[in-house]
Design a protein around this ligand. Structure first.
Ligand SMILES: [Mn+2]
Length: 232
């Protein structure tokens, strides 16, 4: 079963950074929020989900930075045939040279190969979000990586794109740190701030089953005003 809505299309150059999958090839599609190097929490979440080789686990990006084990988290995802990731804004910062992390050089090729968008019929995984006032075909890679507030901006003041968006497709996203996951008809927000002492969250999209593990410890402090309590 796929979500309602047809195939997701982007225009060049984003179309070359878009991976479309046939959802019918998988028994279950899991989507996981921002990991940010939290390897211990990732291991516990993975054990709780127990994905089989016939499932696919899709990460929303931001595997790296801020937490203690960025390289090992990338290797964890890379080395599993039933796991894949889209690119997050923190991976983009590595690729564009905005930040330098030589210890990630051994996994740079995998990060470079990660698409900015991954979709199946009716479903779309991106790191940031989409602008509900514009068609997907007008979105840049940067839009998909960083959209948070609409009108555009990167702030935590809102209003947020996911409060206004009415699909299709149903969009699964991270990037905006949430006090609780967002689970609406058209938007599923999964970044529950693991690296900030929150939790690491996943959704089994078919079963509608949520998985969450509490952070082992707080790796970075974060102002409360930069954690969104969903109102949708
Ligand atoms: Mn993030």
């Amino acid at each position: 079963m796929t979500e309602p809505g047809g195939r997701v299309e982007f225009c060049d150059p984003v179309s070359s950074l878009h991976r479309h999958i046939d959802a019918d090839r998988y028994d279950e599609l899991y989507v996981v929020g921002d990991v940010h190097g939290c390897l211990d929490e990732l291991r516990r979440l993975w054990a709780a989900m127990g994905p089989t080789e016939d499932d696919l686990v899709v990460f929303v990006g931001d595997l790296v930075r801020k937490g203690p084990a960025s390289r090992a988290v990338v290797e964890f995802v890379r080395d599993r045939d039933n796991a894949t990731t889209v690119r997050g804004n923190n991976e983009a910062k590595l690729l564009n040279g905005e930040v330098s992390r030589p210890e990630l050089d051994p996994v740079r090729e995998y990060i470079e190969d990660a698409p900015v968008a991954l979709s199946w019929d009716g479903g779309l995984v991106v790191h940031g979000g989409v602008d509900p006032t514009r068609p997907l075909t007008s979105h840049s890679a940067e839009d998909l990586l960083e959209t948070r507030s609409i009108p555009a901006g990167n702030g935590y003041d809102g209003p947020f794109w996911f409060e206004q968006y009415e699909g299709p497709p149903r969009v699964f996203f991270g990037h905006t740190v949430l006090g609780e996951p967002i689970d609406t008809t058209w938007a599923v927000g999964l970044d529950t701030g693991c690296v900030y002492g929150g939790s690491l969250t996943a959704l089994a999209t078919r079963a509608g089953e949520w998985f969450s593990v509490d952070a082992t410890r707080t790796h970075q402090q974060r102002a409360d005003r930069k954690i969104v309590d969903p109102t949708v």
